[in-house]
Design a protein around this ligand. Structure first.
Ligand SMILES: *[C@@H]1O[C@H](CO)[C@@H](O)[C@H](O)[C@H]1NC(C)=O
Ligand SMILES: *[C@@H]1O[C@H](CO)[C@@H](O)[C@H](O)[C@H]1NC(C)=O
Ligand SMILES: *[C@@H]1O[C@H](CO)[C@@H](O)[C@H](O)[C@H]1NC(C)=O
Ligand SMILES: *[C@@H]1O[C@H](CO)[C@@H](O)[C@H](O)[C@H]1NC(C)=O
Length: 258
């Protein structure tokens, strides 16, 4: 949570750019951060925030101006996901929810405490792309509200106990209005503030983490209210949705099409 907030606040500063990479692929961008950027971070009070990520290796973070007068030609892009690819069930499913919450601002009421996130950041964010986010909760949590903890009804992925006349979240037969699901998600989806000027979502019909064809009470859980476009894969795994869709991610961020 703390890391997510810091990354988002960081977008507000246009003095430089950063790409913080959590998983590293061979042949990826070359780190570390430039010394110009490290100086800028220190000068603006971010020295303690560990943007360099040396524990991940020399490419843990990358980017920054090489010298003071260098012109920035690209917009900053921030990638936010969970604890790394091996810990999917502990953190990653919530990453999209947290980042949407951070962008929309307001009060956060959580199992581990409350905090105020301030006004929405929408006017500073050009594009938000939510990939395979459980935005309306997950059906695996219907009967498991307390175990595991990430299924909880306050700030977890609880989808609600029933949906009007429907009783089985994963095998919903008719149209229904989802109610009393995770309070964090319900408030987030009710909140008319936008995540960004351009909002996109993508998901996969065969996502092995979301399960049930990515549907919660018969509708795609990864949809985002007010989204400007979406793309649905019929073959990608959960991880492949992030790792193998770079051209689509690029199109969404740079050309606003998906
Ligand atoms: C860092 O990235 C560069 C450029 O892609 C690569 O040549 C190098 O092997 C990477 N180093 C590590 C330790 O991953
Ligand atoms: C957080 O806010 C809720 C609702 O206002 C309140 O019931 C709860 O006690 C608060 N939790 C903490 C840790 O302050
Ligand atoms: C939703 O929760 C509220 C408060 O706990 C309760 O009064 C209401 O009956 C619930 N609605 C449904 C449809 O379960
Ligand atoms: C979300 O909006 C619905 C419909 O307007 C309302 O019934 C529900 O109480 C709202 N939920 C929250 C958590 O604000």
């Amino acid at each position: 949570m703390a890391l997510t907030i810091r990354l988002s606040l960081f977008l507000l500063s246009s003095a430089s750019f950063v790409c913080v990479s959590i998983s590293q692929k061979v042949g990826g961008p070359k780190g570390p951060l430039t010394s110009h950027f490290i100086d800028w971070l220190a000068a603006h009070g971010y020295e303690q925030d560990q943007f360099e990520r040396p524990e991940i290796g020399p490419n843990g973070s990358f980017g920054g101006k090489r010298r003071h007068g260098e012109q920035i030609t690209n917009e900053p892009v921030i990638f936010i996901h969970g604890n790394g690819d091996t810990a999917l069930y502990t953190q990653a499913p919530l990453a999209t929810g947290w980042s949407r919450k951070v962008l929309k601002g307001g009060e956060l009421i959580g199992t581990d405490g409350n905090c105020s996130l301030g006004p929405p950041l929408t006017k500073h964010i050009d594009t938000f792309l939510g990939i395979s986010g459980p935005n309306y909760g997950l059906c695996v949590c219907q009967l498991a509200q307390t175990v595991p903890a990430w299924c909880n009804a306050l700030d977890g992925l609880y989808p609600g106990y029933t949906c009007q006349d429907q009783m089985l979240c994963g095998y919903t037969a008719g149209n229904c209005k989802q109610e009393n699901y995770s309070a964090l998600l319900e408030k987030l989806n009710n909140d008319s503030a936008r995540e960004a000027e351009h909002v996109y979502a993508m998901w996969s019909d065969v996502d092995e983490v979301l399960l049930f064809r990515g549907l919660t009470w018969g509708k795609p859980t990864s949809r985002i209210p007010g989204m400007n476009g979406r793309w649905i894969s019929d073959r990608n795994s959960h991880i492949a949705m992030k790792d193998l869709t770079e051209l689509r991610q690029y199109e969404a961020v740079v050309h606003h099409s998906i």
